[in-house]
Write a protein that binds this ligand. Structure first.
Ligand SMILES: Nc1nc2c(ncn2[C@@H]2O[C@H](COP(=O)(O)OP(=O)(O)OP(=O)(O)O)[C@@H](O)[C@H]2O)c(=O)[nH]1
Ligand SMILES: C=C(OP(=O)(O)O)C(=O)O
Length: 232
């Protein structure tokens, strides 16, 4: 059970209170998921919101997560994500890492003694149990990250309580997180944590893993529209 601000109101079932605060950045829809524009056509914005909803919903269902803070400057995803239990804060509109740092500052205000993680909003196949595995691994290091499926970017970056939160997302962020001293986490069995969706072929891979209900619904609508193409 959760309280109105998205916190668990009882123990996680693992014998301890859930303790991670997860920060999820969500871009303004007009600029979101541009690499899916030709594929999604008029459904691009709905798809971006749906993918973020599945990501946040799975993170909130993870027993190790106490709360999810969404950072966005767009009222549409803000409303949809607040409705499923996220705590939404305003985007300072100074880029992705500035947005994440704003969320990280809110996390420290809400839970000063807890670990903080940044999770990309484009993980529609995310499984709560797989996120648990990544969080358990991350807890062993001051700073840690999970590379994306392509091993170029990053899907998760997290810090232990008291360690400065220094996300270095954007483009080839795997190398930047390594350069910043974060431990790379690649345990087996977490494909859903690594499966970010940027391109039509990423979306097919996520569908093969099994996406959440929000993305599934939009994809069904897309497939019913003319113009749907399965990527080669
Ligand atoms: N709040 C916030 N989130 C951002 C910003 N830039 C990127 N993001 C988020 O960061 C993640 C990675 O973003 P990108 O890959 O740059 O953008 P995208 O919308 O997923 O895809 P493309 O438009 O195809 O690049 C997604 O979760 C975005 O919503 C920003 O300036 N503010
Ligand atoms: C922002 C990133 O990735 P992408 O643009 O692939 O979503 C990243 O991996 O840091």
């Amino acid at each position: 059970m959760r309280t109105a601000d998205g916190r668990h109101s009882h123990d996680s079932g693992h014998g301890a209170e859930p303790h991670w605060t997860i920060v999820v950045p969500v871009k303004t829809l007009i600029a979101a998921k541009t690499r899916l524009a030709a594929h999604a056509g008029p459904h691009r914005a709905a798809l971006a919101v749906a993918i973020a909803c599945d990501t946040v919903s799975a993170a909130l269902a993870c027993p190790d997560v106490a709360r999810v803070i969404v950072v966005t400057g767009d009222p549409v995803p803000a409303e949809a994500l607040a409705a499923i239990g996220a705590h939404v804060v305003a985007d300072p509109e100074a880029g992705l890492n500035a947005a994440l740092r704003a969320g990280g500052a809110e996390a420290v205000r809400l839970a000063p003694g807890g670990p903080v993680g940044a999770l990309q909003a484009d993980l529609p196949a995310l499984r709560p149990a797989e996120l648990s595995v990544a969080l358990a691994c991350a807890a062993d290091f001051d700073q840690a990250f999970v590379p994306d499926a392509a091993e170029i970017g990053t899907t998760f970056y997290g810090v232990r309580p008291g360690v400065p939160f220094r996300p270095r997302f954007g483009g080839e962020s795997r190398a930047r997180h390594l350069g910043g001293g974060a431990k790379e986490l690649t345990p087996g069995g977490i494909p859903s944590v690594r499966r970010d969706v940027d391109t039509p072929s990423d979306l097919e891979d996520a569908l093969a893993l099994g996406v959440g209900r929000y993305t599934a619904e939009v994809v069904t609508t897309m497939r019913g529209s003319s113009g749907w193409r399965t990527p080669s």
